[in-house]
Design a protein around this ligand. Structure first.
Ligand SMILES: [Zn+2]
Ligand SMILES: [Zn+2]
Length: 411
């Protein structure tokens, strides 16, 4: 059952054809639809009837969509109103401006029924959707031993409302995300790609992310520089013609790079915090916050046990504070405790340390990823069982999950 049922939607567009098509589409989902072809008349009507959602065209005679957005946001009685722009203008600038003026979402024409309804539902629900495209560490592991959790290396997408897509890491899983976006996304795609660090399992499928080669798309690739090697150089080095035949010059999308340090920035009302992790080289952990919800992505990361001479209480406390009360913690849980004994200082964590961290940080849901390539599905099942048992012994409120490829979570 769609959440659009019984929702009151007022559509304002000077094109009668669009009004007719949208009305019939939304009524098919049992929404109650009002239409106006004049924005001047619509604004009076919206203030009086207080719908749940308004869908606005941008370019209209009289009051245009941006102006209308601004005026509606000044109305004290309409604070719960969702405003969605539906426009033929696909420029990033217009989208940014609409969101700044208070729009909750920006959908572009031409109308693709399925994409439109999915995005509209997401905007009304105001949820963050997290999807896994690869959960393995170090090396892809295809074959019958990895059918349950999938064999691709790290890639996670986080779709925030207002059409804000974040992609975390570009392991081999990004190929699946690429295919998914090509089959579902509208004409222009904008996304931020956050790279934890440039070890192969986190970047080496970026050249297979087809939306990078499509004109009109726009990406920002963010991550830590390595000394004087910038993010741009870290990515271009693996596409220099020797290791990969296509160079970055072939990217037809507008692609920008940003070097991050430990810092806090805001992107379209989403707060992004970073922290340097315990791993060879420079590796960044991310915390994304949106309207009291938070997702942390911490990989790769080694948590030294308290009895290790490398144990660092300051780091432990800093990381616990960074993760504090997160809704979801996605983190490197490469080894069982037994395996870790042989692989201390390799830069990855064991189950018991991850569980302790998540519990102490008051994390609501712990997602264990970056599994060792020598582990099969049964081994991952066992790591999950161990983690759940340890949490139960601690009377912890933290829930533990081992996500699978293509599994989605809404927060
Ligand atoms: Zn890794
Ligand atoms: Zn690594």
């Amino acid at each position: 059952m769609s959440i659009l049922k019984n929702i009151i939607i007022h559509i304002v567009d000077d094109d009668p054809g669009t009004l007719l098509i949208l009305k019939s589409l939304l009524e098919g989902y049992k929404a109650k639809v009002i239409t106006s072809s004049s924005s001047t008349e619509a604004i009076v009507e919206i203030k009086r009837t207080k719908p749940d959602v308004v869908i606005l065209d941008l370019m209209m005679p009289g009051i245009d969509g941006l102006d209308m957005c601004r005026l509606l946001r000044q109305e004290p009685n309409l604070e719960n109103l969702k405003i969605v722009i539906f426009s033929g203008k696909t420029y990033e600038h217009d989208q940014q401006r609409a969101l700044e003026l208070g729009a909750d979402g920006y959908l572009t024409k031409p109308l693709d029924n399925e994409v439109f309804i999915k995005h509209l539902e997401d905007i009304i629900e105001d949820k963050i959707e997290l999807t896994y495209w690869g959960v393995r560490g170090t090396l892809p592991v295809p074959g019958k031993e990895s059918l349950k959790y999938g064999g691709n290396t790290c890639c996670v997408s986080i779709q925030f409302p207002k059409n804000n897509l974040f992609i975390l890491d570009a392991g081999s899983g990004i190929k699946q995300l690429s295919n998914h976006l090509l089959s579902t996304q509208g004409p222009k795609l904008h996304a931020k790609i956050l790279i934890s660090h440039p070890h192969w399992d986190h970047i080496n499928a970026l050249p297979f992310f087809v939306p990078l080669y499509i004109p009109g798309n726009e990406f920002e690739i963010l991550g830590a520089s390595h000394g004087d090697i910038t993010m741009r150089e870290l990515i271009s080095a693996q596409m220099d013609g020797v290791y990969f035949p296509i160079t970055m010059k072939e990217f037809a999308s507008r692609t920008y790079f940003r070097n991050l340090k430990e810092e806090e920035i805001e992107i379209n009302n989403i707060k992004l915090k970073t922290m340097l992790l315990s791993h060879p080289g420079t590796c960044l952990g991310y915390r994304l916050e949106y309207k009291n919800r938070s997702i942390c992505y911490i990989t790769d990361n080694e948590l030294f046990p308290e009895n290790s001479r490398n144990y660092n209480l300051d780091y432990w406390e800093k990381l616990t504070a960074f993760l504090s009360s997160a809704d979801i913690l996605i983190t490197d849980t490469t080894y069982t405790d037994e395996e870790y004994k042989q692989k201390s200082t390799w830069g990855h964590s064991s189950v018991s340390q991850v569980v302790k961290l998540a519990h102490q940080a008051g994390v609501k849901e712990l997602h264990i990823i970056h599994h060792d390539p020598d582990q099969n599905d049964d081994d991952i099942d066992m790591k999950l069982k161990t983690a759940q048992k340890l949490l139960a012994e601690m009377n912890s409120k933290t829930k533990c999950i081992a996500p699978r490829e293509r599994q989605s979570f809404k927060v």
